[in-house]
Write a protein that binds this ligand. Structure first.
Ligand SMILES: [Zn+2]
Length: 641
């Protein structure tokens, strides 16, 4: 090594060593994101994972389909924009900057099939005090400057968090408190608003939910689904603040638990890389945001300009259904209906009528007025002639959007919905608490969330079509209704001739004495529906306040028999030991037969009762029904294996 190269190397080294300091001083002025993903949010995201996965795979398969690529359906999302200015009306984000901010935002989010539009113009809030915005300030004016049912986006001069640190922005997406607050000079930097909306649509930072400890996501990707941001095509990220140079290169040298060096994506919008380096979401992040919108946020609607629809009927157990569609928003001049999800326009009138054959159909409506058009997709909206053989739903791994699944129907349209959930309902003094199921996991159930809805609102939870194949069938379900504002739970049954309301007495008001009390079991006699096809509808009516969550669980149809005489047969040992069950028949005059079924009547074993035991070795552990009959009487006993 000659002296010149040595000097050069020394120089390069000195510059390299000084870069972190340079970066530090630069970043010091950059306000950070104020979003903290709470453990409640994480639990909520976890609980809707099956639904999210459904939409993520739909999104990814559309993205990767070969041949004629189906046109993407971009959903329009209304945003109410509030620009906070000085009390004298000066200052505030300019409309030019706002327009540019939105077009940049949409260029990024169209990749996620989402598009934002400003609903009902800009609202100005002229108030010196709010120009220096403290996180939580928005709560003081939500009566006057908040529209429920759309994203409320506030732009202000300065935002500080609870620790009085300057932050770029934050968002809130839980409990229909749909807000985003942005600092003006962050809104225009190209990546901070997409980042905050990323949080709004459930994304975590690529370094994970915790800003203070190093990610446990491994570089080799082996735990990418559960650790870090829970997304697999974003590499493990050791948190990039002060670790990215001006060329957007990662300059850290940390290693993960395996000793592997991180290779993070410094261009990812959800990272803590320099704001000017952040340019893109990964494909799976886009899929996750789309899925979160479709499962959780597609109620968002601009009151004066929307693609909302109403129909006379959307599902039937028959093999054909005529649906009258109605576009409920006035002031529109054009309508484009795709009523079967094939991306072709089927009707261009305001209120078309269509007859469907058996199947499940997506419906998309695009509406336009003179200046713009917006679109909304309704997944699995029409269900015609879809049946299930057995109803046995405990809601563990439940997917609300499964094709042959259940339907949640917000009848009054104020956002009163049934959700799947586990643990508690995130509202104190109402709803079930953390029960453990038989696998020692938190019990999952369905509940109508009272927060955000209005008194008297109605929401329906409708089963798939159920064939009642046996006499003496019974519907069993359990419910948890605790809280001072609990409304009503009704059970209705639909047959060929329409709904029969209140097949049992409606359940009014709080039913449990304590929130910690377990679910209560209820039975509905289905004898009069034997050999019919029915749907079961749980109909919740909201009470006067938010302390009124109504939960249901363990819904199944079982076949029951009334024992006529129980002293003819002796059955032992029960529970079964060594796979053998003995039956002693005292009525030796008559030959008896036996059938082993599950609780809903599916037969597994049958034969004639003899002195030899019944061999249960081919059946798995569980509860069975043993039906014994001698032609005159019938006895049913519950057998545990
Ligand atoms: Zn953030």
């Amino acid at each position: 090594m000659n002296i010149l190269t040595y000097k050069l190397k020394f120089l390069v080294l000195s510059i390299l060593l000084s870069i972190p300091h340079l970066l530090f001083s630069q970043n010091k002025q950059e306000a950070s994101c104020g979003n903290i993903t709470s453990s409640k949010s994480l639990a909520f995201y976890e609980s809707i994972k099956p639904q999210l996965k459904t939409f993520e795979s739909e999104f990814l398969s559309t993205n990767h389909s070969k041949g004629t690529v189906p046109a993407k359906t971009i959903n329009s999302i209304p945003v109410k924009v509030y620009i906070i200015r000085n009390s004298d009306g000066s200052g505030g984000l300019s409309t030019l900057d706002l327009d540019e901010t939105f077009s940049n935002l949409n260029a990024i989010y169209n990749e996620a099939n989402l598009d934002f539009f400003i609903c009902d113009g800009i609202e100005y809030i002229d108030d010196d005090a709010l120009c220096h915005f403290k996180r939580g300030d928005e709560k003081s004016f939500t009566d006057t400057h908040y529209v429920p049912g759309l994203i409320n986006m506030y732009f202000t001069n300065y935002i500080e968090n609870e620790s009085k640190e300057s932050i770029c922005g934050y968002s809130d997406n839980i409990g229909r408190n749909d807000i985003v607050v942005m600092k003006n000079n962050c809104a225009t930097n190209g990546s901070s608003l997409p980042h905050e909306l990323g949080h709004f649509f459930s994304l975590l930072h690529t370094h994970g939910a915790d800003n203070n400890t190093q990610t446990t996501e491994l570089v080799d990707g082996s735990n990418c689904d559960t650790d870090g941001d829970g997304i697999c095509d974003t590499p493990a990220d050791p948190r990039l603040s002060y670790k990215v140079n001006t060329s957007c290169e990662y300059i850290g040298n940390q290693t993960d638990a395996n000793g592997d060096v991180y290779t993070p994506d410094t261009g990812n919008i959800m990272s803590y890389s320099s704001k000017s380096c952040r340019t893109h979401f990964s494909e799976q992040q886009l899929a996750r945001m789309y899925a979160f919108y479709m499962t959780t946020k597609n109620y968002l609607s601009c009151p004066s300009f929307n693609a909302n629809i109403s129909v006379n009927e959307s599902e039937t157990c028959d093999n054909s259904l005529t649906v009258s569609f109605e576009s409920t928003c006035e002031n529109m001049t054009e309508w484009q209906w795709d009523i079967n999800g094939d991306n072709e326009i089927d009707y261009t009138t305001k209120n078309p009528t269509h007859t469907f054959e058996s199947g499940i159909y997506d419906v998309t409506l695009t509406v336009s007025n003179k200046s713009k058009s917006i679109r909304k997709k309704y997944t699995n909206f029409i269900k015609v002639g879809t049946h299930i053989d057995l109803l046995d739903e405990s809601f563990e791994d439940f997917n609300m959007l499964e094709k042959h699944g259940w339907t949640s129907n917000d009848v009054t349209g104020h956002g009163y919905h049934w959700y799947s959930n586990f643990g508690d309902t995130q509202s104190g003094e109402t709803g079930p608490l953390d029960y453990l199921n038989s696998e020692n996991k938190l019990n999952t159930y369905i509940y109508a969330e009272a927060s955000g809805a209005q008194p008297g609102d109605i929401t329906e939870f409708i089963s798939p079509c159920i064939d009642v194949n046996y006499q003496n069938s019974e519907l069993e379900f359990s419910y948890h209704m605790f809280g001072e504002d609990v409304g009503e739970l009704h059970v209705d049954i639909k047959t060929d001739s329409g709904y029969i309301n209140n097949v049992i007495d409606p359940i009014y008001g709080s039913q449990q004495d304590h929130q910690t009390d377990d679910f209560i079991t209820k039975n509905v006699n289905l004898s009069s529906y034997a050999n019919e096809t029915i749907k079961v509808r749980f109909r919740a009516v909201r009470g006067n306040g938010w302390k009124g969550d109504i939960a249901i669980d363990n819904i199944f149809v079982k076949t029951i028999h009334t024992p006529i005489s129980d002293n003819i047969y002796k059955v032992y040992p029960n529970p079964i030991q060594g796979d053998l069950l003995y039956i002693k028949n005292s009525d030796i005059e008559n030959i008896s037969t036996f059938t082993i079924t599950n609780l809903v009547g599916q037969p597994f074993l049958s034969g004639t009762v003899t002195n030899s035991p019944i061999d249960f070795s081919s059946l798995s552990s569980g509860t069975y029904l043993l039906t014994l009959t001698n032609g005159k009487t019938k006895v049913v006993k519950k057998i545990i294996k």
